[in-house]
Design a protein around this ligand. Structure first.
Ligand SMILES: Nc1ncnc2c1ncn2[C@@H]1O[C@H](COP(=O)(O)OP(=O)(O)OP(=O)(O)O)[C@@H](O)[C@H]1O
Ligand SMILES: [Mg+2]
Length: 609
């Protein structure tokens, strides 16, 4: 069995009863679709006035005589009806039989689809849930390599594709084959000779169709990859619209998009034309079979006289009835191939190992008592060490500031403390406990992070701030906003804290966004604050606002501040000056000024500005 198919099996488990019912109803459906065809026989017999009088109830003698018994029984029923009543009643009776069997057939068909719908939609929901859980659980590092659009395409497109096409497999293995088997068995009973004849044609058309389906899967994988790329372009375009417009880069982006859409067009056309070929081809092959049948069967009826005319008509309808499921099978085998390709891409994401998790029996630590110690750590994102043999201790209640050139590894320290990445060598401990031995949630619970780029969601101010404390009251939110020096501007907004701030908070100014990020950390009220100050130059006015916010926030807390505006950190207990992943100077503001080294140079540069 295909690997992706096996992996999907656990997802169907909660819907086992639906599968069982689907199979049961499909068996009934298949049975009744043959029976309903058979009920045409007495109608034809009555119409052509060919009913024989059978007055004694026939006796069933075994499967070998089922044909004789069946016809005799039918004649017996019709005879006993016409004995007391007119032929009209007999006609009415047989027609009612037709209606009843067709009604049952369609009822079972409906019930079967009803259950498969629950299975399909249920699995779709569960797959989406697992996908989202995985997406949210995977470490930050996973996304620096992957395109967001690719993940989105898998989450939305491929999961849908699995639902749409993959579950035709159930129909493929139960409904259609059974319909064919029942019909074929009946056909054998009506005429063995003719049926053997049909059977020769079936494998030939099957072979032609499977030839066509062969390279479909590779193509559809390629197409799904391309649509991932397409979504990436749209995603990046929307995110970078200001840059694209101001640099007049529209043509460049349009070209990229055009290329991708055209590649997708070619791929989908080539997949589509194979798909399109499936139906007409199988129908044509089917009709050819029927035509040959007509000729051969006609001979049996007219010349050899070994086959009854009305039986032949019923036989033909049965044969034609096989065509529909045969067509469905060939079509479904195409869509299953699509579904398998999509499932492969979905499971590729679902199976990514998350390296950054809590260990078993991880230590849950809800308080911070004494110190954070970074000891001889080495860390690299790719090839080159970004932090080299780096050590630092932060005592409870202290404010430690990290300064240094861009790219010296300051944000990286924040990434390591929060375990967005794990160190390659060395240890980071909190109160002597290695953070890798701590429960991840409790570790992050101890920390408030204000990232370098304010990350805000398209929601109200309240929702954005209370993300770490969902049950916060409006008063608490206002309090946090006040500490973050943001209440003044929020209060002036028409709906106050219930104002929507737009996509990524774009209805706000840079400084306002920063202060909301700070308010968010303040509301969470963790013992350790990690503050990655935004690099974007603020005007002196808003800089002052942010400055006050930071000072308020750091009060009575242990803080690690990554500062670009040195004015922010003059009161810090320790200032660490970094260069290329190493500490070059360390001390408080006055000590470092007196040292007249790197820090002094940086301060002079900034005051000059
Ligand atoms: N996800 C990543 N993958 C690969 N390399 C990275 C990644 N993030 C950062 N780097 C590299 O690591 C180095 C340190 O980056 P870091 O973000 O820590 O600098 P920084 O000191 O915060 O700089 P800035 O002051 O500009 O914010 C840089 O050379 C950068 O190119
Ligand atoms: Mg940084």
């Amino acid at each position: 069995m295909d690997k992706s198919l096996l992996k999907l099996l656990p997802y169907t488990k909660p819907y086992k009863s639906h599968i069982i019912w689907n199979v049961v109803y499909n068996v009934l459906y298949a049975l009744f679709s043959t029976i309903s065809m058979l009920t045409l026989l007495p109608v034809l017999e009555v119409l052509f006035g060919k009913t024989k009088a059978v007055l004694a109830k026939p006796v069933y003698t075994g499967i070998g005589d089922i044909k004789q018994f069946g016809t005799d029984y039918m004649y017996f029923q019709i005879s006993s009806l016409t004995k007391d009543n007119s032929i009209q009643v007999a006609l009415l009776f047989v027609v009612l039989m037709v209606i009843t069997t067709f009604l049952l057939k369609n009822l079972f068909n409906y019930l079967a689809s009803h259950h498969i719908m629950h299975l399909k939609n249920g699995v779709l929901r569960d797959l989406r849930k697992s996908m989202y859980n995985k997406i949210i659980e995977l470490p930050i590092s996973y996304y620096s390599e992957k395109r967001k659009g690719d993940i989105m395409a898998r989450m939305l497109g491929d999961v849908n594709e699995v639902q749409n096409s993959f579950f035709s497999i159930l129909e493929l293995v139960v409904k259609e084959p059974l319909t064919i088997i029942f019909a074929l068995a009946t056909m054998f009973i009506i005429s063995t000779k003719l049926t053997l004849f049909v059977l020769i044609f079936m494998p030939i058309s099957g072979w032609i169709i499977s030839k066509l389906a062969k390279n479909l899967r590779a193509k559809s994988l390629e197409a799904q990859k391309e649509s991932g790329f397409l979504i990436s372009i749209v995603d990046e375009t929307l995110g970078g619209l200001k840059v694209i417009k101001s640099y007049n880069a529209e043509p460049n982006f349009k070209n990229r998009f055009d290329d991708s859409v055209t590649r997708l067009l070619n791929l989908t056309n080539s997949i589509g034309s194979r798909n399109n070929l499936a139906t007409p081809l199988s129908e044509f092959l089917g009709v050819t079979t029927i035509a040959v049948l007509l000729f051969y069967g006609g001979n049996l009826v007219l010349i050899e006289k070994t086959l009854d005319g009305s039986a032949f008509i019923v036989y033909l309808t049965l044969a034609f009835n096989i065509l529909t499921p045969a067509k469905a099978i060939s079509k479904a085998s195409y869509s299953v191939k699509n579904g398998l390709a999509a499932a492969e891409r979905v499971f590729e994401v679902l199976e990514v190992e998350n390296e950054i998790t809590s260990k078993e029996n991880a230590i849950v630590k809800n308080t911070f008592e004494s110190d954070i110690t970074i000891k001889n750590i080495n860390f690299k994102y790719e090839d080159e060490n970004v932090l080299k043999d780096f050590s630092l201790q932060v005592k409870k209640g202290q404010t430690v500031a990290l300064v240094g050139q861009s790219g010296s590894g300051k944000s990286t320290i924040a990434n390591l403390l929060t375990r967005f990445y794990d160190v390659n060598e060395g240890t980071i401990t909190i109160d002597g406990t290695n953070i890798q031995d701590m429960n991840l949630q409790s570790l992050r619970g101890l920390m408030g992070l204000v990232t370098q780029d304010s990350i805000l969601f398209n929601d109200t101010i309240k929702a954005n701030i209370s993300i770490g404390k969902l049950d916060a009251t409006d008063d608490e939110i206002v309090e946090a906003l006040k500490i973050a020096n943001a209440y003044e501007f929020v209060n002036e907004l028409p709906k106050g804290i219930h104002t929507n701030i737009g996509d990524s908070g774009n209805k706000l100014s840079g400084g306002q966004k920063q202060r909301l990020s700070i308010a968010r950390a303040v509301l969470k009220n963790p013992p350790i604050m990690i503050l990655d100050e935004a690099t974007s130059a603020l005007d002196t006015e808003s800089e002052k606002f942010v400055q006050v916010a930071l000072e308020n926030m750091m009060q009575n807390r242990t803080s690690i501040v990554i500062a670009h505006r040195l004015s922010t950190i003059q009161k810090a207990d320790t200032i660490i000056v970094m260069q290329k992943g190493k500490i070059v100077e360390q001390g408080n503001h006055d000590e470092l000024i007196a040292l007249n080294g790197m820090y002094n140079k940086l301060v002079n540069l900034q005051s000059f500005e």
